[in-house]
Design a binder for this molecule. Sequence first.
Ligand code: PLP
Ligand code: COI
Length: 361
Amino acid sequence: MTQLSFDVQLSDHARTDAEREQVLSSPGFGQHFTDHMISIDYTEELGWHNARLMPYGPLTLDPATSVFHYGQELFEGLKAYRQVNGSIVTFRPYANAARFNLSCQRMAMPELPEETFVEALELLVQTDRDWVPTTEGHSLYLRPFIIATQVGLGVNYPSRSYKFMVIASPAASYFTGGLKPVSVWLSTEYTRAAPGGTGAAKCGGNYAGAFVATRQAVEQGCDQVVWLDSHEHRYVEEMGGMNLFFVYGDKLLTPALTGTLLPGITRDSILTLAAELGLEPVEGRLSIEEWQAGCESGELGEVFACGTAAVVTPVGFVKGADRAWTIGDGTPGPVTMRVREELVGIQYGGRPDHHGWIHKI
Ligand code: PLP
Ligand code: COI
């Protein structure tokens, strides 16, 4: 395929400096969007074409568009950071591009060349660079996604046309409580993913099916859901938008990628960083009984969740239908904080990047 070139149409209605500063003073998460967006179309005849940077705004779609009915959609999530020396970077964007294409394979959608994926991010961030927050710990969250755009209700074949887009949203901390440990609810009633299903793909349907359990978690006084294996509802998989790590002394255990959980890029980065931090990374299996027993004996002192949006977030309390326990003393543990500082240090430029993860915009 020849390299796509982007048509650039700048917004006539870009927010003023004062309006932008107002948003950036308290961005929340995923509530405000920058002045532009990326759109690229795909048809079987033309392949990827019509690549544009354009003003941020609503889409007009026929009510019979396939995505509204059969949910053929998937997305990615990564961030642009303003580093301590002022440069703007993203973290491992080619890893997101590769996972995007793995998700596309599972959802019978066309893959996008990794170079185009990254170029789209670069163009949007360059154009809206004033939206990358300067406040420590804040960032510009980037949301690439793809939807099926064929009009019609036939369900015997995947859509023949698609639209890829990228939008960007300034972000503070994902959890409003800052670094306060989160409480989690063990979902034994609902299942997120089963072998052969879509658990390893970042498709919207995985999240739609999870909301009922998230609501249940909140009703139980918890912040988040922990998903368990679909067969026995016993082995830990991941959380709604994060992977999990269990700290046994110097051992850092995370559930293995069995095909039913999302292969998190933060998870992979932490596994790589573990040895440098004097920790032994282990990909394995952990039951909820082992989790509880480990915490009660003191052998398992810390648990943390990790993901692009959540960064590294301590887990302090676990509740299930017939059990509940506290992790450590309910405050963020030293290993959790060390991992977090190392990762955040690389992302914001305070620590050296030995792995070529930082991608300058
Ligand atoms: N698991 C789920 C279900 C997620 O939505 C996410 C967030 O993207 C993660 C794990 C963590 O992935 P990453 O570290 O690539 O953000
Ligand atoms: C992310 O961390 O990028 C996520 O996708 C988590 C959530 C916002 C869905």
